[in-house]
Design a protein around this ligand. Structure first.
Ligand code: PLP
Length: 407
């Protein structure tokens, strides 16, 4: 009897799995900003990880048409055949890569594509090499998959690029997977064809390693043609391209990502997805066909605007004492080094790390940014320029004033 009472009063035990990974820092900052805004405070959001543009009209029309045509039933788990075909057309058109629909799986955002790909390739005891700074989610999904992230530091002096020597030095018998993004979130680093070839030459010597190439910022590239590591035929069957419509087409809320990979990997991702979501939203999939097969003019116009903002943001940053930053080659972030602020105080708050800088800017300047420690680099913060020029000007003026008070 006593035993039953004790059992009934025990707190509910949630899975220890939840302790293995963290909530995304980027979403946490957005939430804190929203909370201040709800109190009536005018917060300028420079933490945003999404274009501040609307989805192009012709894609919205395609979504509306899909609703009217009753695309309301369960889609095939890996995506409609004509969408998988459209992804192949895009990969040939933009990247000169040959894939067949059997190589493509579409998912509920590139984040799910990434989760599928990691869970399909790693197991307990495996190591996953991730150059830092890196997008927050990589390490957490690796941990969720019971594998161990092995973070390799890169630095501003080498434009945050991983050298083939560093890669080679960190490969062990346990290395199963390598994950990187180019253009990179948060640094804006874009690898050239030669740099990718040098990494591919290392992978050629290690045939048990898969390579996840996250190309979601492909179109937001200010220095020229996008290059994919999948172009090197000696490793192509081990490359899993991750891409999606969120950034390049301003379609974050539609939730559409995809992988391109060898057919066995695609089948494995399809199997996982079949248990998790049964496939991406049907209406979104129909709109995605229109997006992928139509002219990229709206994307180019958006990227032109990002380029103007990038220039302005770099000018504004130069006016802030003690903060340095390389000009990003892609994506819509700058990742300035703020470590010269450590140890300083405004009399109320002392700055000791990147979280303190972000919290200081949020509370004192009412500007939200993301602390660099969320990306594996505590010397920096991430500032997004996916906000209007007017808000960027206002946000940087506030940042300059607030940082000027630190002594
Ligand atoms: N990969 C990187 C590098 C990202 O920055 C993001 C989103 O911020 C994603 C993938 C996920 O994109 P999606 O909206 O398609 O899930």
């Amino acid at each position: 009897m006593l035993y039953i009472c004790v059992r009934n009063f025990l707190p509910m035990q949630l899975s220890p799995r939840l302790k293995r990974f963290n909530e995304p820092e980027t979403l946490k900052m957005a939430k804190l900003g929203r909370e201040l805004r709800a109190k009536g405070i005018d917060v300028i959001d420079l933490s945003l990880g999404e274009p501040d543009f609307n989805t192009p009209e012709h894609i919205k029309q395609a979504a509306k048409k899909a609703i009217d045509e009753n695309w309301s039933h369960y889609p095939p788990v890996a995506g409609y055949p004509d969408l998988r075909e459209a992804v192949c057309v895009k990969l040939k058109r933009d990247n000169d890569l040959d894939y067949k629909p059997e190589n493509i799986v579409v998912s509920t955002g590139a984040k799910q594509s990434l989760a599928n790909a990691v869970l399909a390739t790693v197991d307990a005891g495996d190591e996953v090499i991730i150059p830092t700074p890196y997008w927050v989610t990589y390490s957490e999904i690796v941990r969720l998959g019971d594998a161990t992230p092995k973070l390799i530091k890169t630095c501003a002096e080498t434009k945050y690029k991983l050298s083939p020597q560093e890669l080679e030095r960190n490969i062990t018998d346990k290395t199963k997977l390598f994950i990187f993004s180019s253009p990179c979130n948060p640094t804006g680093t874009v690898y050239t064809k030669d740099e990718l070839k040098a990494l591919a030459d290392v992978f050629e010597k290690h045939p048990n390693i898969f390579i996840i190439s996250d190309e979601i910022y492909e179109y937001i590239n200010f220095i020229g043609k996008h290059e994919s590591i999948a172009q090197f035929s000696q490793i192509k069957d081990r490359v899993i391209i991750i891409n999606g419509l969120s950034k390049g087409y301003a379609m974050t809320g539609y939730r559409l990502g995809y992988i391109a990979a060898q057919a066995d990997v695609a089948k494995a991702c399809e199997k996982l997805q079949g248990q998790f979501t049964s496939g991406a939203n049907a209406v979104t999939q129909r709109a995605a066909i229109t997006a992928l097969l139509s002219d990229l003019r709206p994307t180019k116009e958006m990227v032109d605007e990002f380029e103007r903002r990038r220039q302005r943001v770099m000018e504004l940053l130069k006016q802030i004492h003690g903060v340095e930053c390389a000009t990003p080659d892609g994506a819509f972030y700058i990742f300035p080094i703020i470590k010269s602020l450590f140890g300083k105080s405004d009399g109320e708050m002392t700055i000791n790390n990147s979280s303190d800088v972000s919290m200081y800017l949020l509370n004192k300047a009412h500007v939200s940014t993301v602390a660099g420690n969320a990306f594996g680099d505590d010397d920096c913060i991430r500032i997004s320029f996916a906000n209007s020029m007017q808000n960027i000007e206002k946000g940087f003026a506030r940042i300059r004033e607030a940082l000027g008070k630190l002594k």
